[in-house]
Design a protein around this ligand. Structure first.
Ligand code: ZN
Length: 167
């Protein structure tokens, strides 16, 4: 059994999680799976231009570990490009940097609960019964991912990957 990986910190889900060469039917495609921590390493080092040391710090991993992650990531992307394979981005032992993106409110009068994104003001009244007797519910959830979530992203948790200790 592989040693459980320490959770790596990532800043969010990529906008797109599947890339395929144009004009090739899916059935004829081979896939390369790029894990979310590898994607984050590419983003930090190759897009944002961070030195490995700082990128490692941001992902909460050691510098040698970051070096291995980025090396694997680059090899996978190169393999997809050179060999014309599809690239699926999912999984990995990751913890989201932004743990709460949705606030949950509940009405004390009618028990209606609803969600609002962070960044807005506090709602004035219950959208169902117009009561002003509302409060923040405790069950704030982490980001929810549309479509295929990676196997590493647990459902109903706070964005922690499966097997990530909540240390
Ligand atoms: Zn209400």
């Amino acid at each position: 059994m592989p040693r459980p990986k320490h959770c790596r910190r990532i800043c969010g889900m990529p906008a797109r999680t599947y890339f395929k060469p144009a004009g090739v039917p899916m059935s004829a495609l081979e896939e390369v799976v790029l894990e979310l921590d590898e994607m984050e390493a590419l983003r930090l080092a190759d897009l944002e231009g961070f030195y490995h040391e700082e990128a490692a710090e941001r992902m909460k991993v050691s510098r040698p570990t970051f070096g291995r992650i980025i090396e694997t990531a680059r090899r996978k992307v190169a393999e997809a490009l050179v060999a014309g394979k599809a690239l699926r981005i999912e999984g990995g032992a990751v913890a989201m940097e932004i743990l709460k993106v949705v606030r949950v409110f509940r009405c004390s009068d009618c028990s209606h609960s609803w969600e609002l994104p962070y960044g807005g003001g506090r709602p004035a009244e219950c959208p169902a019964c117009k009561s002003r007797n509302i409060h923040r519910a405790e069950e704030d959830r982490g980001p929810r991912f549309g479509g295929r979530g990676g196997p590493g992203m647990g459902r109903g948790g706070r964005g922690f990957g499966r097997g990530c200790p909540r240390s």
